[in-house]
Design a protein around this ligand. Structure first.
Ligand SMILES: [Zn+2]
Length: 283
């Protein structure tokens, strides 16, 4: 497959007023689910190697497994490192990832700028776009004091100007995972302000469980990549659990049902994000 023009994909999303999904792979069946969904919905998709799978199978194996599945398909599906550490991003560039995220959001601001800038210089020399993160995206918890987590507009402006990142993941009221509590409404004003200050496409992580009308508002405000994992994991899991609830079954039967349900759930996300039907023809 020829190299995917990821910046072109994102620019098309900006022009068309939609967002592209970033979804995590965990094993062959979940990777296949994302690719089948992209084919059926004719949508671009980021196949994400995330922070759970790396300790499970190793970065290189996760990449090669995803690549094997992707290259059997005509889907427009860049392989993306999600929440990469400083060491992982360089390994990912060597392996041949199409796109990377460096997550220095836990670092002091000046150090996040410095490290992100170094990552951008190396990645760009290989034609690889970089997503970075500013502000903290909290893990699902009972009580979150949101102002402690939100991305600050002035910091976002300085960060983007000094690092040259292509995409910025921000914290604006979503978390990783879902809670049983009433979800925090997205801070759409904040998204607007950050977009105006940075003038680059924004990313929201933890989009599972966020009402579709809020996601559409976020897209209008400048979000063009949406990461969701929990809803798709639950879809796969429900297929496994329902299969075994009927008694002992082969693992393959359970995984087949999980994969089938994850395909449906992924297509639904692509429709919600507006990227269904938007895959460009491969050149
Ligand atoms: Zn994330």
């Amino acid at each position: 497959m020829s190299k995917i023009d990821i910046i072109g994909l994102i620019q098309a999303a900006q022009a068309g007023g939609y967002a592209i999904g970033g979804f995590n792979m965990h094993n062959p069946e979940t990777t296949q689910a994302l690719i089948r969904a992209a084919e059926r919905a004719n949508a671009p998709v980021f196949l994400q190697v995330g922070r759970a799978v790396v300790p499970h199978m190793g970065l290189a194996e996760a990449f090669y497994m995803t690549l094997r599945e992707r290259d059997k398909s005509e889907a427009v599906a860049p392989i993306h490192l999600d929440h990469g550490t400083y060491d992982e991003v360089f390994e990912a560039i060597k392996l041949g990832f199409d796109s990377i995220m460096f997550d220095g959001s836990h670092l002091p601001f000046a150090e996040n700028i410095e490290k992100t800038k170094q990552v951008v210089e190396v990645a760009h020399s290989f034609g690889i776009p970089v997503e970075a993160e500013l502000g903290q995206i909290p893990d699902a918890a009972d009580s979150i004091h949101w102002p402690d987590f939100y991305t600050k507009v002035e910091q976002a402006e300085e960060f983007v100007a000094k690092t040259g990142v292509d995409l910025l993941a921000i914290s604006a009221g979503v978390m990783h995972g879902v809670t049983n509590l009433k979800p925090q409404p997205l801070a759409i004003d904040l998204v607007n302000q950050i977009r105006e200050a940075t003038n680059i496409p924004l990313v929201l992580h933890g989009a599972s469980g966020v009402p579709v009308d809020e996601l559409r508002q976020a897209i209008s405000a400048g979000v063009h990549k949406l990461n969701a994992d929990t809803d798709l994991r639950h879809a796969f899991r429900s297929g496994i659990e329902d299969t075994f609830s009927k008694g002992d079954r082969q693992l393959e039967e359970a995984m087949d049902e999980g994969r089938r349900r994850m395909i449906e759930a992924t297509i639904q996300k692509m429709q919600d994000y507006g990227c269904a039907g938007k895959a460009p023809a491969l050149t």
